[in-house]
Design a protein around this ligand. Structure first.
Ligand SMILES: NC(=O)N[C@@H](CC(=O)O)C(=O)O
Ligand SMILES: [Zn+2]
Ligand SMILES: [Zn+2]
Length: 345
């Protein structure tokens, strides 16, 4: 059995830099046309100049002949000014501005402490039709980890959208039925969400199955099964508001398997196989292509890709690890067998 799909894009990807970039970028470039590249490097990509330089290093790291197009983002801080948004738009290579609430996730320490203090920047983004990409969790240590997305929607995102109804917003890596309901309640074309393979396939039991499982730890953390089911129903419905964003987040194995393991799941090499599995199990393979290849570019106002890929039923074993110059990375579904295998058309 075979499916032909318009070439997909990844609307949420971490490519890192240095050795790690060199060893992961080809996994995304192999089948994806474009990717929104997240700016949470150390130091973060806070200026257009830095985004342009980062883009150059990504292009250099690509296999020769690759047509992969990295779409860059800026990391919003408490000192980002509206002028930077103008520069970003003029550059032609920056496609979004990322909101990390300070302290919410990996490399978010330079993030925003109060988004309502950034209104002039957000208004400039509206003028330039530049979307705000949101890691949607509050950071208040008094709020239970599993409630942080819901509380963010209630106390930050919903009031923000009411204040700035013309701002385009992508709620990244949604994890709850609350997020699904919220996105569905917003104006189509203005608010959308990316969905990761892990939040479609795993629930929070996967964190503790037979012992602590650091490779299933990401942020926002996996939630209970009812939330997973709500997210599957949302994507299987064919709604245009949801699209593919892997949040593929490579970390050296030693940084995951240690006394304070960091958050992030490496899914780039398996993501398309996993999304196909989700849609097949939901009886919605006919909705897969819109999710992987249409809804994202339509939301961002970019053309859909013209080339195609094939997904073939061809069981394959996911490698246990991928080696890179200074370590190894354990991928999602490491060592397991997946049915669908992507090929270039
Ligand atoms: N998702 C994660 O758990 N980690 C991401 C950061 C992020 O997307 O929040 C990373 O950069 O490692
Ligand atoms: Zn995030
Ligand atoms: Zn991410």
């Amino acid at each position: 059995m075979e499916l032909q799909l318009t070439r997909p894009d990844d609307w949420h990807l971490h490519l890192r830099d240095g050795h790690l970039l060199q060893s992961v970028v080809h996994h995304s470039a192999k089948h994806f046309g474009r990717a929104i590249v997240m700016p949470n490097l150390r130091p973060p990509v806070t200026t257009t100049a830095a985004a342009v330089a980062y883009r150059e290093s990504i292009l250099k790291a690509l296999p020769s002949g690759s047509a992969f197009n990295p779409l860059m983002t800026l990391y919003l801080t408490d000192s980002t000014n509206p002028e930077e948004i103008k520069l970003a738009r003029q550059s032609g290579v920056v496609f979004g501005v990322k909101l990390y609430p300070a302290g919410a996730t990996t490399n978010s320490q330079d993030g925003v402490t109060d988004i309502f203090g950034r209104l002039p920047v957000l208004e400039e983004m509206i003028n330039h039709n530049m979307p705000l990409l949101v890691h949607g969790e509050v950071t208040d240590p008094a709020v239970d980890t599993f409630d942080r997305e819901k509380v963010f929607i209630e106390t930050v995102l919903s009031p923000l959208i009411q204040r700035l109804p013309k701002l385009k917003v992508v709620m990244e890596h949604i994890t709850t039925s609350d997020a699904v309901r919220f996105i569905e309640s917003c104006k189509e074309g203005f608010v959308a969400a990316t969905v990761t393979p892990q939040h479609l396939l795993l629930n929070r039991n996967s964190l503790f199955q037979g012992g602590l499982q650091p490779h299933n730890y990401c942020l926002p953390v996996l939630k209970r099964e009812t939330h997973r089911q709500a997210i599957v129903s949302a994507v299987a419905s064919g709604s245009k508001r949801f699209f593919l964003g892997t949040d593929s987040a490579p970390h050296d194995r030693q940084k995951k398997e240690c006394s304070c393991g960091c958050a992030g799941i490496y899914s780039a090499p398996v993501a398309l196989s996993l999304y196909a599995k989700v849609f097949e199990e939901a009886g919605a393979l006919d909705k897969l292509e819109a999710f992987t290849s249409f809804n994202g570019p339509d939301f961002y106002g970019l053309p859909r890709n013209s080339s195609k890929i094939i997904l073939r039923k061809n069981p394959w074993r996911v490698p246990d690890t991928y080696s890179f110059a200074s370590g190894e990375i354990v991928p999602m579904f490491s060592g397991q067998t997946l049915d669908w295998l992507p090929f270039d058309h």
